[in-house]
Design a protein. Sequence first.
Length: 145
Amino acid sequence: MKRFKLHLGMRRVIPFLALALAAILLVQLSPAFGREGQTEKPWTGKLRDGTVITEEDLKNILDEHKKWVKSEGKEGSIANLTGAKLNDADLSKACLIQGNLSWADLTGANLSRAELWAANLSGADLTGADLSRADLTRAYLTKAN
């Protein structure tokens, strides 16, 4: 039976490759280290008056606004989010028709497929916001970023 012999150069390369592979795996896994047992922090925002709102509070505001839209102003209440801090909020598919988001901080917010028809977004900061397939028909965007 013949024994397989490694060339001297290969004997030096294999440990180096193993070490390089281990380093690559460690770098790929490193973000997971230190997060064990930690849960993701729930989203919070702030209204203009400083009131902290949770994801559930935002959902209630959106539900009331949707009632207002569907009832043509007879039920619910219009969403007044003027000057609100809504960074990274999930507003995807939200009905904000004629809603007031003027001077709101919407950096990084998900507004994909949101109904923003005739919404007031004057002065709003939309930096990094996802507006894909959002309806911005007749929306007010004066001084919006």
